[in-house]
Write a protein that binds this ligand. Structure first.
Ligand SMILES: C[S@@+](CC[C@H](N)C(=O)[O-])C[C@H]1O[C@@H](n2cnc3c(N)ncnc32)[C@H](O)[C@@H]1O
Length: 236
């Protein structure tokens, strides 16, 4: 199993001031957060709780406003958690997402955006996410598939193009990209039948973003789940 880079969390601490820069290296995460929010149902009851696993700087927070959840975030980057608290998160915990510091069945919704492809054992994280989800609750996750196309798009192209919104070189390690069949099996074993949806940037928005005529790029559905994909399911 590949080892996590020991300086990976330090990278996020040092990037924490860029979370909310629409042309900064983390900008595409905000576009994906908007798409992810479309899969989060309105809170089923008063006091419902949503856990955002590896919440980073809280880019998901504004997209949850009005859905009625108490929003909790967990991440290892302390400076990022500080940002999350400023952007719609009600509480945060500094912890490893492979060992969530929460009781079984304690959340109505669990989300895990763009983090599985950064950890040595993404399936342990998925199992943890399912453990803290209550029966009937919704799991929403998004990540990068372990395909050659994803390696080309997410690393060769995205990390090397001299464009705004480019993640720093070395952000992704293709050996950590996620096997979809194993992801489905892991969630199923925990009682969550995931449905996968492919996502890609809206090409016209991408061009307008580069021409500085838009500040955000919409993410749109695509038939292929072979690069960026989202998984959604309810726990039995
Ligand atoms: C690409 S960012 C995604 C952040 C957020 N989910 C979003 O989509 O904007 C990855 C995040 O995972 C966090 N992270 C990586 N490994 C982690 C671990 N083992 N435990 C907790 N957080 C972790 C990093 O600190 C970073 O905030």
């Amino acid at each position: 199993m590949p080892e996590i880079r020991s300086d990976f969390i330090a990278d996020y601490d040092s990037l924490a001031h860029t979370w909310w820069d629409p042309r900064g290296p983390l900008a595409p995460l905000g576009w994906i957060a908007r798409a992810r929010a479309g899969f989060v149902p309105a809170a089923p009851h008063e006091g419902a709780r949503l856990l955002d696993v590896a919440c980073g700087g809280g880019l998901f927070g504004p997209h949850l406003a009005g859905k009625g959840y108490r929003v909790v975030g967990v991440d290892l980057s302390a400076l990022s958690l500080r940002e999350a608290l400023r952007h719609g998160f009600d509480a945060v915990a500094r912890a490893d997402i492979a060992r969530l510091p929460f009781a079984d069945a304690s959340f109505d919704v669990v989300t895990a955006g763009q983090c599985l492809e950064h950890v040595p054992d993404p399936f342990a994280v998925v199992a943890e996410a399912c453990r803290v989800l209550r029966p009937g609750g919704t799991l929403v996750l998004d990540t990068i598939a372990d395909t050659r196309t994803a390696r080309f798009v997410a690393i060769t192209l995205a990390e090397n193009a001299p464009l705004p919104g480019r993640p720093p070189r070395g952000t992704h390690d293709h050996r950590l990209f996620v096997n979809r069949q194993r992801l489905l099996r892991t969630a199923r074993a925990q009682g969550v039948e995931l449905r996968l949806h492919g996502l890609r940037p809206h090409f016209g928005d991408g061009l307008r973003y580069l021409a500085r005529r838009r500040e955000e790029v919409r993410m749109v559905p695509t038939a292929s789940t072979g690069v960026l994909f989202l998984g959604v399911g309810r726990k039995r």
